[in-house]
Design a protein around this ligand. Structure first.
Ligand code: HEC
Ligand code: HEC
Length: 302
């Protein structure tokens, strides 16, 4: 009996030791990624000054979800506040006190939005630049025109901190904690897809959907996040669990009014249709055509 107890104590000590080594490894590996410096020299993007372009930029600031993390007025907002994951805020993008971007050059804007890299080479936390990297020059230029026109708001977001869970998700790659690490910064710019109600343009716009609905658009729990309902739905043409029996009109009503064909409501906190409803008819038609063109898959295949 004494011997057994001794062995159990020995085993327990071993387990605790392993755990400590694992946690230390996670901190070491994640710190290496957090402290990595990126040298990115982006191509300049023309920034229009016409009022119509600024208004278009404001519309895209909304449809691309910038306002969800930087607040509609650009003053910044708490994005994640979780004792395990960490505390992360979208920066104050206005020229007000607490805004980091007063000193931004035009290229600094491009580097941050397209590459997820701060002017000093630091990779930006949770800023989804992997989704914005494909943005064409016209769209990015309009967004920057709007950003540069923002009224100053004084707001100092709290300092960012990444907790143990955030670090585990970073090291395992389950969640894009540092999107800069996922972008090929040297890749040539893709040729811009012409605007219009086409499958190609719909694919371009669908970059805003895959973060939640999955690369294959079949929905299901988002990797690395608690599988809390409502889960992103299946947007593929699957008849049983997807949009196989929807019409284009059904899709437009879903995005513009947050209502499904059966009359049930789509949760505006889980599915940001109040932002997407500013999409033009052409954009929504293009998205619909693209969604109809992807292979049907059962729910949850991501
Ligand atoms: C999912 C949340 C999220 C969305 C959506 C988002 N951002 Fe961010 N963004 C952040 C966070 C968080 C930071 C701060 C990261 C850091 O300091 O490490 C940030 C940083 C930035 C910065 C760098 C500012 C600085 O501190 O140097 C710019 C510029 C920026 N975002 C612009 C945009 C624009 C434009 C959009 C829309 C096209 C956008 N963001 C969408 C979360 C987001
Ligand atoms: C932040 C995560 C998120 C993003 C980004 C997102 N969705 Fe959703 N979407 C959801 C969730 C969650 C639901 C389920 C909501 C519910 O059941 O109330 C949903 C539901 C839907 C539905 C209803 C489908 C059905 O069968 O009821 C449609 C249509 C839809 N999304 C389209 C889109 C499109 C198109 C995009 C990109 C332009 C997009 N979503 C981007 C999370 C997201």
């Amino acid at each position: 009996m004494k011997k057994l107890l001794k062995w159990m104590r020995f085993g327990l000590a071993g387990l605790v030791g392993l755990l400590i080594v694992a946690v230390a490894g996670v901190y070491l590996l994640s710190s290496m990624q957090l402290n990595k410096s990126y040298t990115v020299e982006p191509e300049p993007v023309a920034i229009p000054t016409a009022a119509a372009a600024i208004a278009e930029g404001q519309r895209q600031y909304t449809t691309h979800g910038c306002g969800d993390c930087h607040s509609p007025d650009g003053a910044g907002a708490l994005v994640i506040d979780d004792p395990l994951f960490g505390r992360i805020s979208g920066s104050n993008l206005t020229p007000g006190a607490g805004g980091i971007v007063q000193s931004y050059s035009d290229l600094d804007w491009v580097r941050a939005i397209r590459h997820g890299v701060a002017p000093d080479g630091r990779p930006l936390l949770v800023m989804p630049s992997h989704e914005y990297n494909p943005l064409n020059d016209d769209d990015l230029g309009a967004i920057m025109a709007y950003l540069k026109s923002m009224s100053p708001v004084d707001h100092q977001p709290p300092a960012n901190a990444v907790g143990l869970l955030g670090r585990i998700l970073l090291v395992t790659g389950l969640v894009p904690v540092l999107p800069a690490g996922r972008i090929n910064h040297a890749a040539p710019r893709p040729t811009a897809v012409a605007r219009g109600a086409t499958v190609e343009y719909g694919y371009y716009l669908s970059q805003s959907c895959i973060g939640c609905h999955g690369e294959g658009l079949s929905g299901g729990a988002i990797p690395g996040l608690p599988p809390e309902p409502p889960l992103p739905r299946n947007l593929t043409p699957d008849a049983a669990t997807g949009l196989g029996n929807w019409s284009q009109e059904d899709f437009l009503v879903a995005i513009r009014e947050g209502q499904r064909p059966d009359g049930t409501a789509i949760d505006p906190k889980a599915m940001p249709w109040p932002s997407f409803k500013l999409m033009t008819d052409d954009e929504l038609q293009a998205l619909w055509l693209y969604l109809q063109s992807v292979p049907a898959q059962p729910f949850g295949n991501r």
